[in-house]
Structures are given as structure tokens and as C-alpha cells.
Design a protein around this ligand. Sequence first.
Ligand code: 5BU
Length: 498
Amino acid sequence: MNGLIENTRNGALQRNLLRKMLQSKVFKFGEFQLKSGQISPIYIDLRECFGYPDLLMLISEALSKLIDSSSVEYSGVVGVPYAALPYASVAAGQFLKKPLLITRKEAKSYGTKKLIEGLYKQGDQVILIEDVVTTGGSILDVVRVLKDEGLVAKDVYCILDREQGGREKLQEAGVTLHSLLNMESVLTFLLSTGSIDENQWNGIVNALNLKYSQPVRLNISGEIEDLNKLPYVDAGRTSLKDKENLTESPLNKKILSIMRKKKSNLCLAIDYTTSEQVLQLAERAGPFVIAIKVHADAITDFNEDFTQKLTTLANDMDFVIFEDRKFADTGNTTQLQLRGIQKIASWADVVTAHAIQGNDSISGVFREFIADPAYRLSGVLLIAQLSTKGSLTALNGYTEEVAQIANENRDVISGFIAQTRVSNFSDLLNWTPGVNLDVKSDSAGQQWRGVDEAIDIQQNDIVIVGRGVTSSNEPVQQLKRYRQTAWDALVKNEPADN
Ligand code: 5BU
């Protein structure tokens, strides 16, 4: 169960990981003879993973997050030879920024004759990274070598725990196993994506002597019947049309229809400071975008004439107006602000809100405005993850709590601002800022990545692009480029019938 609890915290990352593994054909179906002589209907070949650079990065990142979240003290990272060495190298060097250690199977007959290579001293505590754990035997061999050299090794992190007794055996030796995935999370994912059916699920569970009673069941909207189990819904497999029919959010109905009509999942963030500049670019961008995002309080001559012109453009050119206000106060104050000097609820279709204030100050407050035809507002996006370096939204459990609020209020909450897909409900749309095809960061904390990573790997629905377009001398060319790249990445994994 340990694996499952950890899995729940990192659910979104894991789903992305599993989805990518599935695409990379890491799971093989057929008849395979196992070491034990048993015939298994599934074979999981993790050695395929480092053949795909993005999968190598994703796994290494996920392992690093698992390591960070376990709060274990360590001064070095040991890769269990050989298959885990690529992940240990990337995790140690790129994400954890700690020295990498390697143990040899045999001591060299020349030079230092050391069995361990790398920077360490007696008494150091190290952690181990392994790819798959079956019985735990090869880990214990490495732990022995480390102990003989005076190192302390009490925690091992693996991609997959095959649940064949390894965890228990390691525990007896005083080593705790932390796993990204276990067989149950893999099988549940495969079942929910239709890669295996219930008969195959049972066949695999029997062949591998696993002790699960029933597979997790999901209904069409992604709700799980057994709430104690970890749900996996491959949101990428729900077509835009199905999402449009499924969604309870009036904003999402409109957006999904615009997306299909314009073949665009691009939101342009216009962070110019005069209303004239914003309107001029909005007019040029209209044909290519589904939304124009503004920061009204950054527009120095903001007035009602501006909002009237913007709403006329939005109505004529079929895009939604997104005011990125990030409400985060008591419900009463949020109401005052929505009606206040800028009359946000009267001209914005969608606004952002933090979730830090708790649900009693969120859904009910916005529901009142959305239900009232006097206001234009029809949806709210909760900020589940910020794109900025060091953001506190990365604190353990925060994003999951935000997702929970949205899951339960899908008529008002239309989705998230996030970096990676955060909810199992495919009708909640993931909007992602921090996208730039040419630059990686600015000098004020922003972090950008490309469209493929944002859409294909991290499974977002809509990209929010700002300076990638607004800083260019040829914004229309950039708009076309971003629209095409983002749309291609989105529909690549969508079923037909968009
Ligand atoms: P950029 O120029 O591509 O960095 O513009 C991104 C926009 O998205 C900008 O208006 C930000 O205020 C906004 N944003 C963000 O970048 N990161 C976040 O996590 C959130 C909003 Br929330």
C-alpha cells in the first residue's frame, strides 16, 4: 500500500508517466514466460524507457520528486547497476543536484581498486535508485558493498515495485522501498485506458499471484466507483466533442466549441500597458486564438470604453475574455472586487482564483455571478500550479487539494492553471502558462518550456503564450506558429471526431 499512498500524491505525474510509457510500447501484451516458469500475459520492459529522451527525463524527474517528498537526508545518489544508472545520473545531476556514486560488480585490479566510484566519505548516508524491484536481491548486494565501505543506505527509490516480496525482504534488512509505480497502479491505468480488459486484468493478477480482488471501475465522466482506489483516466482519450457534451461548465461548452471550430487551443496573454495596444493586438490575434488574457490592473488607462471595445471584438471574432486577477480573499471581498471599480464580472468570461482561501470562499461566491445573466462571467480557473521557480504550489499535497475543490464544483470551476494535468475529470480543462518556443526563462522567475512538453507529455489542453508573441516584431507569424504547433500536439493523441 505504501506505493499507492505515494502514488496518490503524485497522481498527475504518474499518469503522464504511464501514458508516455504506453505510447513508447513499454508494456507488451502476449504470452511471456517469467523466471518463475509462470506464463504472464504482460511483460513490462523498462529498459525501453531510456531509448526515449523525454521518458528518461520524465522518469528521472518523477523519481526526484519522490525522493524530495520523502524528506530523507542524504549526501549522494547511488544507481543500482546497470539499468538504473541512466535515471540515477539524470536525477542526481539535473534535479537533485547531488553527487552520483557507482558501485562496481568487481574491484578493479589496478589503480585505486575501489568498489565504489564517486565522491563520498565514511559515515555518509546515501540513497539508491533502481528501475524494477522484484525480490530485492540486487539492491541488497549493492547495500552490502556500500556498508563494507562505511556508507549508510536505508532508502531505495524505484520506478516499479513488482510486488513479488521485494519490499518485505528489503524491510527485513532495514531498507525502505519507495516506488513510483506498483503493479496495481500500472494495471489500473491499463484498464482505464482500455489497453486491457477485465479478463486480462484477472489473468495477469492470477499469473503474477497478486492479491487484488477487484479492478477499479470508472464511469464515463471519470468518477470512480471505489473511492479508496487510485483513479486513472486517460483524459487525452476523450474527444473534444465528448468533452463538450460532458461538461457542466457553460464556459467550457463555449470554449470547446470554439476550439473545434478554429482548430486552436491557444490563449494569448497580452500584457501591454495601454488599452490601445491591447485592442490592436487582440484584433490581429482574433482569428487564431480561443481566448485573450489580460491583467486589467496593468493597463494604465483602463476604462469602460476599453472593456466595451474588447467585448465587441470577442463577440465578433469568437474568443473569450480572460482576466487573470487571481482572487484570493474572503468570499465577501471577492464579490466586492468582481463588481468593483473595474466591473470585472461584467466584461470577463473567465477569471483566475487561488484556492488558498478554501472552498467556502470560492465556489458559492462565483456560482452566484455565473448564474446571474446580468454578468458576463461564466467560469473560474483555479491556480493549481504556478509556472514560477520555487512556487509554493509545489508543496506536498497543495495541488491535489485544489483539484479536489474543482472536482466537486465542475459547474463553476472550469479547470486549472497548471503545469501538468491535475485532475482525472477530462471535462476540467488544463490551461498552462510558461510556454515559449524560443526562450527558457526570464530574469524575474518565469520558467518556459515548449509546446510538446506542455501538451504531449504534461497533457494540458490549452497553452497560454505571452511574450513568445507579444515581444515579437511579427506577432501574427508567431500566433500562426504557436496555434499550429499547439493544435498538432493536442490532436496527435485525440481520438478522431474532434
Ligand atoms: P509570458 O510572457 O509567456 O511569461 O506570459 C505568461 C502569462 O501568464 C502572464 O500574463 C502571467 O501573468 C501568466 N501566468 C504565468 O505566467 N504563470 C502562472 O503560473 C500564472 C499566470 Br497563474
